[in-house]
Design a protein around this ligand. Structure first.
Ligand code: SF4
Length: 431
């Protein structure tokens, strides 16, 4: 079968899709680009915002246009929470919730007549499968945890992905050894609420990190995201002194006002968040710190929004991931606080993006002239067409503190780490 896939949303989805494609390829199927004609289209969906859901619908329609006779399998978070709606979109053959998508290779053997409907997302026995991406032999996204118990008031993810769960440390380390055998040098640990790894079986995220640090062959780890209340000083100190963990953190902030954080039912306040960043910078002064911020959540009046801007500007944040709030069906936020008009949400988004640009320029300026280790990649990693076109002559890599660097192509450097002085000439801006 000729199979094409499209992934929306987070790195977790990316790792899952890539893992599935590797298994389907091993079984003799041919994997092609999503824009090509295929017998089967896989669409791994996201429900984090209304925009993400719209992109999922568009991807389904695109696949149906490209080959009206193709099988279309829609899976993931949007499939989990809106199976009835998705089933009605022309061309859709199969809808798989998050509890079933890892079974796809077996299910495909019976397609088309077999139809496995989505099942209850509230089931406490949702399975967990360790999965990792492949395709770029330099870096891999390694799914170590799934689900979330936090139920932040704006978020549909716990409904779509179920409760927090993970494999044991021993099982996770076994999978990491397989990744090392595959030749990948950098591993990005991904999960929905990564810091809750092991909590349901009496194990800790820190103990997992200590075990991973010992795996031979893997030179670098990044923690894709960790909640501020779970980022303990012990974890920060461990990262600072470990062999392989990089000075790069992604710490969701969501709001920079305590009033809005309370409405969101986040488990920290601005003082705790600021203390974590101060601790990181005290032991890793060159660390890159990214923050998720939501614009236009209920209660974010102009006065509260000014607090957000002032707070973020005062912190050593390197850049922001900005999301515009949209109502998610079934979440508590639908009935909470003062609603912000949609044009104002977009205006707040634009101002946060401007602030992010300023913070990123400041971070880059602070690194000019410094020498940092760069892992050179085998393949271009960018949606930027200009970069793709020049990729025959140019190679790309990331510093340990997440600055994109380029240099003239040299095959002998692929998948190796080189100390590089950061200068305006070798920095790549990816927009
Ligand atoms: S921590 Fe909050 S925002 Fe993150 S997945 Fe869980 S409920 Fe959603």
């Amino acid at each position: 079968m000729i199979i094409a896939a499209h992934t929306l949303g987070c790195k977790l989805n990316y790792a899952e899709t890539s893992d599935l494609l590797r298994r389907l390829s091993d079984e003799g199927n041919t994997i092609v680009d999503f824009h090509q004609k295929a017998d089967l289209y896989l669409i791994n969906t996201c429900t984090v915002t209304a925009v993400a859901e719209k992109k999922c619908r568009n991807a389904i329609r695109q696949a149906h246009r490209q080959n009206p006779d193709a099988q279309i399998v829609v899976m993931g978070c949007f499939a989990q929470v809106a199976a009835d709606e998705i089933e009605r979109i022309p061309g859709v053959t199969l809808v798989l919730g998050n509890d079933r998508k890892h079974l796809l290779p077996q299910i495909l053997k019976d397609l088309p007549p077999s139809f496995l409907p989505h099942s209850s997302f509230t089931s406490p026995s949702l399975p967990f499968t360790l999965q990792y991406s492949s395709g770029d032999r330099t870096r891999t996204f390694f799914k170590i945890q799934d689900g979330c118990d936090y139920f932040c008031t704006y978020c549909a993810i716990p409904y779509a992905r179920g409760r927090s769960r993970s494999a044991t440390i021993e099982e996770t380390l076994c999978a990491a050894r397989r990744i090392a055998d595959s030749g990948a040098k950098e591993v990005i640990l991904t999960g929905v609420n990564t810091g809750t790894f092991g909590q349901h079986q009496g194990e800790s995220f820190l103990d997992l990190l200590k075990g991973l640090d010992q795996i031979e062959g893997i030179l670098r780890y990044r923690i894709s995201s960790i909640e501020p209340n779970l980022l303990t000083d012990e974890i920060i100190d461990f990262v600072a002194h470990s062999r392989t963990f990089l000075p790069h953190f992604h710490i969701p902030l969501q709001a920079g006002s305590d009033h809005v954080l309370q409405l969101m039912h986040r488990r920290y306040d601005t003082a705790l968040y600021a203390a974590k960043l101060e601790k990181i910078k005290s032991v890793m002064p060159d660390a890159c710190i990214a923050a998720d911020v939501m614009a236009g959540f209920n209660g974010e009046t102009e006065e509260e929004f000014q607090k957000v801007l002032t707070f973020i500007d005062s912190l050593p944040i390197s850049y922001l991931h900005v999301f515009t709030y949209s109502d998610r069906p079934g979440t508590a936020a639908l009935k909470l606080g003062e609603k912000i008009p949609i044009p104002v949400r977009h205006e707040h988004t634009a101002r946060l993006l401007e602030l992010s640009e300023k913070k990123h320029k400041e971070f880059i300026a602070s690194q000019l002239g410094k020498t940092r280790p760069v892992l050179w990649e085998s393949t271009p990693h960018s949606n930027d067409q200009a970069i793709k076109q020049s990729s025959n002559q140019t190679m790309f890599g990331w510093t340990d503190n997440y600055i994109r660097i380029c240099r003239p192509y040299d095959t002998t450097l692929v998948n190796t780490i080189e100390a590089v002085e950061i200068s305006p000439k070798n920095i790549v801006r990816e927009d």
